[in-house]
Design a protein around this ligand. Structure first.
Ligand SMILES: [Cu+2]
Length: 158
């Protein structure tokens, strides 16, 4: 499913000249950047819609939680009439995503009830749609701890 992040070894045979080698390296770099992008852009400059996400609790742990999505326009003013869709997914196959949709923000903040159903690495996709149909999307990643807090001590290995 995921594209390979490094160049295949069998491409080596075509590197007959130095120039070709640079072309190849550049192509591989572009491919790598396209398929391995981990950090989302800090804002959606194309639409002017800014999406920020805070967690409660933070750091996240298994169980009930709230996502606080803050949406502002290019001038930094709050947007309260957007539809916000959230999809929480883990980085492994076979898991049911956690889906949420809310519509009313207050001071640009949309409080979304959520649940971290499993510990591990999560991807949270936030999609914002304005009444005029303009939409923006941003991806966040988090690691959800299995530690439930002070009452619980994880078993040590070995
Ligand atoms: Cu999982």
């Amino acid at each position: 499913m995921a594209l390979p992040c490094v160049g295949s070894r069998h491409l080596r045979f075509v590197m007959s000249s130095r120039r070709l080698r640079y072309v190849l390296l550049f192509s591989l770099l572009v491919l790598a950047l396209a398929s391995c992008r981990t950090a989302p852009p800090s804002e959606n400059t194309d639409t002017g819609i800014n999406i920020a996400l805070q967690l409660d609790p933070d750091p996240p742990r298994i169980g009930e939680a709230s996502l606080l999505v803050t949406i502002t326009n290019a001038q930094g003013e709050p947007i309260n009439d957007a539809r916000v869709n959230v999809r929480g997914d883990m980085n492994h196959a076979g898991m049911r995503p956690v889906l949420r949709e809310v519509e009313n923000g207050e001071d640009g903040v949309y409080r979304i009830p959520f649940e971290w159903t499993m510990g591990g690495d999560w991807l949270v996709d936030v999609e914002v749609t304005l009444p005029d149909g303009t939409s923006a999307r941003r991806r966040f990643d988090y690691t959800v701890t299995t530690d439930t807090g002070a009452l619980h001590t994880p078993l040590s290995l070995g």
